[in-house]
Design a protein around this ligand. Structure first.
Ligand code: HEM
Length: 505
């Protein structure tokens, strides 16, 4: 019996030894494959000025953020396009190139595999992360729903409730008590509540600071941060290896994604159980009519959470930073609101918001200087030449850069760095710009689906708070602002303010 046990033990040792060798060979071939690919696709040895500055990070002596350095390089470039060879990345601020990539030759510039691999674990086959037929199907279905009048008024009701019953009461608590509040954190909670209710019909109630932080919000924070970090780790080799070994950040990412998926699955299950008992207007309930695969449903909705959460919070954060530094613009917004709302109404209706051209212009001007999505990349399918003559080799990453574009003298004139809502007004009426010159919501075939909803949400919240409170920014006081690396522009350290009752002279 014991000899049988010993031989079994030796056998199992041999098997595990064999498996271990297979594993090691697998890991090394994996590393080797990516090293060879990395060396040939990119040019890690490139010694041009831009690549040397990038590699040595010497740009950071002069610029607070990578996007400020790119802005400087793009402003200097006669074509408005640069090539960072070490990253295999063509970056452009030229509106003609942007139109070409996002519309004219749309099929040649998909998001591509490198992008979908980065976010694939979190977003699966959701709209944000796919190309081709799966994208077309979801785009068609989602546009039909989002443009529906009843879903738009549902979105407005959600936002109005969140502002009047949660956001304003919360700020009232902090008013004149000398306690500094991080507005960025508040806006992230605010927009997460809104997008969860809109997409899932589920309320995480993140603005109730007495409740523990929502598990979903927390997991979502971790997952989007760590997925973005994958993108900035010079080579994908590092994160892929960590994922394979299930260690460090990849282990934490896996756990966060598991939490998101479990919670989302739970919401879907409950919805299915309650189907038919009452009518829901949220996106999930609407998609359930056309999709019966639960995993696919979950992916679709998680994409919406990612798209709609931090973007709105980012806009509101920079808007209040700008308002604190531009009191004249803030006063003009108040005057416009008094004229349209008559001074004794707390909350603007959709129709009244539409009439507020100056407020609309101020929001657009805010996103010109501080676009929530600072840059966005596609991957070239076949060799191509951009309208400005730049040759793009198959497989190259091509990035359009709304942050840099908003700060180009060629595009916006000598006063391009100033906050001037007036530049958007003609005879007092808002006049939109060419979307390829202002691709803040992307443009062309994949233009943001939540644009109207986002603008309504930002205008409603901004106006409600400006009408009621005065804000003193404690930090950061002046430009240059420092951003955190991530999928959406987030202020490093937050936006710290003291809140007072509005001073009505
Ligand atoms: C100020 C707020 C917002 C900004 C600046 C913004 C910007 C963008 C940008 C730049 C893209 C293209 C991203 C890419 O393809 O990689 C995009 C796509 C998208 N956005 Fe937004 N977004 C905002 C709010 C929202 C909201 C609130 C929703 C949801 C209700 C939303 C839903 C989407 C969806 C579904 C897509 C994917 C469209 C597609 O691939 O066809 N966005 N958005």
């Amino acid at each position: 019996m014991s000899s049988k046990l010993v031989s079994l033990f030796l056998e199992s040792l041999e098997t595990s030894n064999f498996l271990f060798h297979v594993f090691i060979i697998y890991v090394f071939s994996f590393v080797g494959f990516f090293l060879v690919r990395f060396t040939f696709r990119l040019k890690p040895w490139c010694n041009c000025d831009v690549c040397v500055d990038f590699r040595t990070s010497s740009w950071s002596f002069q610029y607070n953020n990578l996007c400020d350095w790119y802005t400087h390089l793009l402003e200097k470039s006669s074509s408005g396009t640069i090539h960072v060879h070490v990253l295999g990345n063509v970056i452009t601020s030229n509106p003609e190139n942007v139109e070409y990539i996002l519309k004219t030759r749309f099929e040649n510039y998909p998001k591509g595999k490198p992008f979908s691999t980065l976010l694939g674990d979190l977003l699966g086959k959701g709209i944000f992360n796919v190309d081709g037929e799966p994208w077309r199907f979801q785009r068609k279905m989602a546009s039909l729903e989002i443009n529906n009048v009843s879903i738009r008024s549902y979105a407005f009701e959600i936002v109005a409730f969140e502002i009047s019953k949660r956001l304003i009461p919360l700020l009232e608590m902090y008013k004149s008590n000398g306690v500094v509040l991080d507005l960025q954190d508040v806006f992230q909670r605010f927009s997460f509540d809104n997008i969860c209710k809109f997409s899932f019909g589920w309320d995480p109630n993140c603005l109730d600071l007495s409740l523990p932080v929502s598990e979903l919000a927390n997991a979502f924070d971790i997952a989007s941060k760590l997925s973005a970090e994958r993108a900035i780790s010079g080579s994908s080799l590092v994160w892929k290896l960590k994922k394979l070994l299930n260690i460090g950040s990849e282990k934490r990412l896996k756990e966060a994604i598991k939490t998101i998926h479990l919670l989302a699955d739970d919401v879907i299950m409950q919805k299915k159980r309650n189907m038919g008992s009452f009518q829901s207007n949220d996106l999930l309930s609407r998609f359930m009519g056309s999709v019966d695969d639960d995993k696919y449903l979950r992916d679709i909705v998680v994409s919406f959470l990612l798209a709609g959460r931090d973007t709105v919070a980012s806009t509101l954060t920079s808007f209040f930073w700008l308002m604190a530094n531009n009191k004249k613009a803030r006063d003009t917004i108040r005057q416009e609101a008094d004229k349209i709302m008559g001074g004794n109404q707390d909350f603007a209706t959709i129709a009244q918001l539409k009439e507020m051209h100056y407020l609309h212009a101020a929001v657009y001007e805010c996103m010109r200087l501080f676009p929530p999505v600072q840059f966005d990349s596609k991957f070239c399918q076949n060799d191509d030449i951009l309208p400005d003559g730049t040759f793009v080799k198959k497989g190259t990453r091509v990035t359009y850069h709304p942050y840099a574009m908003g700060r180009m003298e060629k595009l916006w004139g000598q006063d391009c760095l100033e906050f001037k809502p007036e530049r958007w007004l003609v005879n007092g009426c808002f006049k939109p710009e060419n979307p390829f010159k202002y691709p803040v919501f992307q443009a062309g075939l994949r233009v943001c689906l939540g644009k109207e909803m986002a603008i309504m949400e930002v205008k409603s919240a901004a106006l409600a708070l400006i009408n009621k409170f005065d804000f003193d920014v404690v930090s950061p006081k002046q430009e240059p602002i420092k951003f955190m690396p991530g999928l959406t522009a987030t202020l490093k350290g937050g936006l710290h303010v003291l809140i007072k009752e509005r001073d009505i002279q």
